[in-house]
Write a protein that binds this ligand. Structure first.
Ligand code: FE2
Ligand code: FE2
Length: 475
């Protein structure tokens, strides 16, 4: 193989390596070294290390100017490894590591001990780099070594913003993949959903540590195509509920996929009906009510569904049935709506009510949407799941504009996880007491007894684009 080809191959293999290494890191954060998941992650990473060894010699994973390199070959970043690369860069920066060198003499056991040493110095250590090198030498780990980030790179360290950037990037990527898939399905082309699966996996990963950032992005309303925007929002909201229900990653991904395509049946609806700016006529309603079954037919044509297929098909079929079966399509005999179906009904309704581009042309502000939905507890919605949903989004959901007793305006940026403090979310001040726009401080109201919310306000009346507080400026 010519050296150029070899280098290109390494850039490609670097993708597997970064994905495996990041997965190993995540696994080691949760499980101990004897866990099956860890053992499998160590094996996979060892395999990718073997393919990268430079003619049997060592190779380095190098961080330079926000990019990762295998020796001097830049690792190509695309949606398949975007999250892994961004996260690895972040974790290396946190520990002031510029290079990790893998030698051929390293064993799987060393890799396992290395990753636990790496994880352990992540959060609490004041001197993470020194602590890590000390741990590596005291444990006799010589096959994997680290070197400190160069001074000029250290100057550029900014870790905190990255999670917001990651979430924003992921949101828009998912939006474009959903629109590609739905457009192809509309043209009756063969459609694969592998890309969407990978993105949903990344969304699940990010949800674990960045729930409020992802929930905040569901306030995005500016996208031209309502259905795509709505699909991604419903997927995010449902994953947040699934998390509260204790779902594991696989179940969360299944739920995220099922909800991402719950409205795929809308591809067969006439565009004039779909985008009609006023109330539907009875005939148009009849057309609209065909989309759950159209969805079933469309999903049956998709490639790569495997075991997820049934749950996706059920979700499309059930999401407008309602808990008490008062919705559509009408069933010949009564049956219980599946858990995925019941979760989707709630998230679907909330996103539709708070959006400007649906059958209800006057959108509800978030807390009013919740009050409206609470009236249908036990009829349209499963009351227990609805309570969990309220706990996820809070009485004042993320993105709500609130008036404070100090006369300042603020935007809710995070619900309070403690149900006792559900009226006291985390807010960011957006105006001063005279109504002048400010880039104000972030306040956790559960820590500030003197500040309280007087009422929620309609952001449109004040001309406020709420999503700007959640979308990272990635330009
Ligand atoms: Fe629908
Ligand atoms: Fe929907």
């Amino acid at each position: 193989m010519t050296s150029r080809l070899f280098e290109e191959k390494r850039g490609g293999i670097g993708k597997d390596f970064t994905n495996n290494l990041y997965k190993l890191f995540r696994t080691a954060q949760i499980h101990d070294s004897n866990n099956v998941a860890t053992i499998s992650a160590v094996e996979k990473t060892t395999e990718s290390i073997k393919t990268l060894l430079n003619n049997g010699g060592p190779f380095s994973l190098r961080l330079y100017q926000e990019h990762l390199f295998i020796d001097d070959v830049k690792i190509r970043v695309d949606i398949e490894n975007f999250l892994s690369c961004m996260s690895l860069i972040n974790e290396m920066k946190k520990r002031f590591i510029g290079t990790i060198t893998f030698s051929p003499h390293k064993t799987s056991d060393e890799l396992s001990r290395f990753i636990y040493a790496f994880v352990s110095v992540g959060m609490k250590s004041a001197e993470p780099f020194q602590d890590l090198t000390h741990k590596l030498s005291s444990q006799g780990i010589t096959g994997i070594t680290v070197s400190r980030i160069e001074d000029k790179e250290e100057d550029a360290i900014h870790v905190i913003q990255d999670s917001k950037e990651m979430a924003t990037h992921l949101y828009f990527k998912t939006l474009s993949v959903v629109s590609d898939i739905m457009d192809s399905a509309k043209l009756k082309n063969a459609v694969g959903i592998k890309k969407a699966k990978r993105l949903v996996h990344s969304m699940v990963d990010l949800m674990v540590k960045e729930e409020s950032t992802l929930l905040g992005l569901t306030t995005l309303r500016a996208y031209d195509e309502y259905t795509y925007n709505h699909s991604v929002n419903v997927s995010i909201l449902s994953i947040a509920i699934g998390q509260r229900l204790g779902y594991n990653r696989t179940e969360l991904s299944d739920l995220g996929m099922a909800t991402l395509f719950h409205d795929i049946g809308k591809i067969d609806l006439p565009i004039e009906v779909l985008n009609k700016p006023s109330e539907f006529t009875p005939e148009e309603w009849q057309i609209m009510r065909t989309h759950p079954i159209n969805g079933v037919k469309t999903l049956l044509r998709l490639k790569g569904l495997q075991e997820q297929a049934i749950r996706m098909i059920m979700t499309s079929f059930e999401h407008h049935l309602n808990y008490d079966l008062s919705g559509y399509p009408k069933l010949a005999s009564a049956r219980r709506v599946s858990l995925f179906g019941r979760i989707t009904t709630i998230c679907d309704c909330y996103d539709a009510l708070t959006s400007a581009r649906v059958y209800n042309r006057t959108p509800f502000i978030p807390d009013k949407a919740l009050s409206f939905m609470m009236k249908k507890s036990d009829t349209a919605f499963d009351s227990i799941l609805l309570k969990i949903f309220v706990n996820v989004v809070g009485i004042y959901p993320v993105g709500t504009i609130v008036l404070l007793n100090t006369n300042e305006l603020a935007v809710v940026i995070r619900a309070n996880a403690n149900p006792v403090n559900i009226h006291k979310p985390c807010i960011k001040l957006i105006t001063d007491t005279n109504g002048n726009e400010v880039d104000g401080e972030t306040i956790d109201l559960s820590w500030e007894p003197r500040i309280s919310i007087v009422q929620s306000l309609d952001h449109r009346k004040y001309g406020i684009d709420v999503s700007k507080y959640f979308v990272a400026n990635t330009s």
